[in-house]
Design a protein. Structure first.
Length: 507
């Protein structure tokens, strides 16, 4: 442990409660609106062609502005941007809940994305600079990882309850009390080290290139889902994203005060975390989407019953994060938790590829959910901690933003990619079996399930690739150990050339 460690904040565990609340609100919002969407569409007379924008408007603003939000957190101070993000998110949620027409709802969703892009990296970077002792950091990130992993599934349950028993508008209004409590707690108990600011001049070209590049990338996958992968608009958006992001990397390598210091992503352990987390989320988001439709359309579950069906996965994620990952993180190397965790989640998905029209929930779906939850929880906890491991305090915000960016972009890619695969497999199955079908309705359901299982097999492969990347790139030693098996940068030393850093474990 570094001799320069600052005095321990006695209110750090109370601070964790309010940081976790804010993270829960952001993660919940990624799925809670999905279940309410059919009701909102009917109430506001939104066309089928435009309903996707309720989801896409949020994803574009959130994914496109995350790096900018992380840099503002480093520049203005994380506590300040945390509070601004909470207040802004609450106001945007109130506007969404009170929406009188389609444009007001879409504007509110975009505004939620803007303030979410400020709030999410502020929350994670506050956690990184608040908990610096190895064992406490493991426990804190175990809790945070469980919320990040399980919050999306919990959003499905809460969305079902609110929509079925109150009104779709409450999927927005529910954010307001959460934001008020988190903001009050932040004012009272959250502090951050004074030396953690990065007061360098804002990299405006980097902001423009990164934001436009990420928006183009997310929008390209969205258009691919609706227009096809080879459509001119889709290919043009992918080409624009590639050019903009390559230009961004070039600019960041030249400017004195980059938006994303390349040292943050060049260190192999953090690069491994960003890549493996992004891939894992691609698989996870696709699974939520398909199994939500499978349980409601094929099995006939209500929205509330569907949400309840996902609870064992949430319980598995919490157990994996707090009881497995947090307990073992200070004893074994992170890759020995991340790679097996992703592999166990892939095994759970293999189980779920066996679903059919008459599948028993207790016999097959439940074990698959539990395995997935345990695996993802175990992998997420060390990944969340390692994502900000070894960075200077002044880079903590942008390093945190990279975690959220990989997940948000991964979610958008997963939804579009796997949905396209499922749709193609569904069409192919229906065409091949049309002649011998006993009933059109039965064929429709059989084709749908075949499409889901085909996409889930792809998700299995994606999670397996995440496990391989985690095992290959993440080579840091266990926290607190003087392991020589460090990366060439040494994590903490990689960023030491510019002054003070978060006291981290020696590799």
């Amino acid at each position: 442990m570094s001799e320069t460690a600052p005095s321990v904040d006695p209110r750090r565990w109370k601070a964790l409660i309010f940081i976790a609340l804010a993270q829960l609100m952001v993660v919940l919002d990624s799925t809670i609106v999905n279940i309410a969407l059919p009701s909102a569409q009917k109430a506001l007379d939104i066309s089928d062609a435009n309903r996707q924008w309720v989801i896409t408007a949020y994803a574009l603003a959130f994914g496109g502005l995350l790096l900018f939000g992380g840099r503002l957190a480093d520049l203005w101070g994380r506590r300040r941007t945390f509070l601004i993000g909470l207040v802004g998110f609450a106001v945007a949620s109130a506007l969404g809940g009170a929406a009188a027409n389609e444009m007001m709802l879409l504007g509110a969703r975009a505004l939620q994305g803007v303030f979410g892009a400020l709030l999410a990296p502020s929350a994670l970077s506050l956690l990184a600079v608040t908990f610096t002792e190895a064992r406490e950091r493991a426990k804190a990130f175990g809790i945070f990882g469980a919320i990040a992993g399980g919050g999306a599934a919990l959003g499905l349950l809460l969305g079902g309850v609110l929509t079925e028993y109150l009104d779709w508008r409450w999927t927005f209004f529910v954010n307001i009390p959460i934001a008020v409590i988190a903001a009050a707690g932040a004012v009272l108990v959250i502090r951050e080290p004074a030396e953690g600011r990065n007061r360098s001049r804002l990299d405006v070209p980097g902001v423009v290139l990164a934001s436009l590049g990420l928006v183009s990338l997310v929008y390209a996958f969205t258009r691919a889902e609706s227009d096809g992968w080879l459509a001119g608009v889709t290919l043009g958006l992918f080409a624009a994203a590639a050019v903009l992001l390559l230009a961004f990397v070039l600019v960041e390598s030249k400017v004195a005060s980059p938006l994303l210091p390349l040292r943050v992503v060049a260190e192999r352990n953090r690069a491994g975390v960003y890549a493996s987390l992004g891939l894992a989320v691609i698989g996870m988001f696709g699974l939520f989407l398909f199994l939500t439709y499978y349980l409601q359309i094929v099995k006939g579950y209500t929205p509330v019953a569907t949400g309840l069906a996902f609870l064992p996965m949430v319980a598995g994620m919490i157990t994996g994060s707090t009881q497995i990952g947090a307990r073992l993180m200070t004893r074994v190397r992170p890759r020995l938790l991340m790679a097996p965790g992703f592999a166990l989640a892939a095994l759970g998905m293999v189980v779920l590829t066996q679903i059919d029209l008459d599948t028993s929930y207790p016999a097959l779906i439940l074990p698959g959910f539990v395995l997935m939850g345990l695996g993802m929880g175990t992998a997420f906890m060390p990944a969340m901690s390692l994502a900000t491991h070894g960075v200077q305090p002044r880079d903590a915000g942008v390093a945190s933003a990279m975690v959220n960016t990989s997940q948000q972009v991964g979610g958008a890619i997963g939804t579009a990619l796997l949905n396209t695969i499922a749709a193609s497999a569904t069409t192919a199955y229906a065409t091949a079996h049309a002649a011998g079908a006993r009933s059109v309705d039965l064929l429709k359901l059989q084709s749908m399930v075949h499409g889901y299982t085909s996409a889930i097999w792809w998700a299995v492969g994606i999670l397996a690739l995440a496990a391989v990347i985690a095992f290959t790139l993440v080579n840091t030693g266990r926290p607190g150990a003087g392991s020589p098996a460090a990366s060439s940068d040494g994590g903490a030393t990689a960023d030491a050339e510019n002054g003070a850093q978060i006291p981290v474990m020696v590799h």
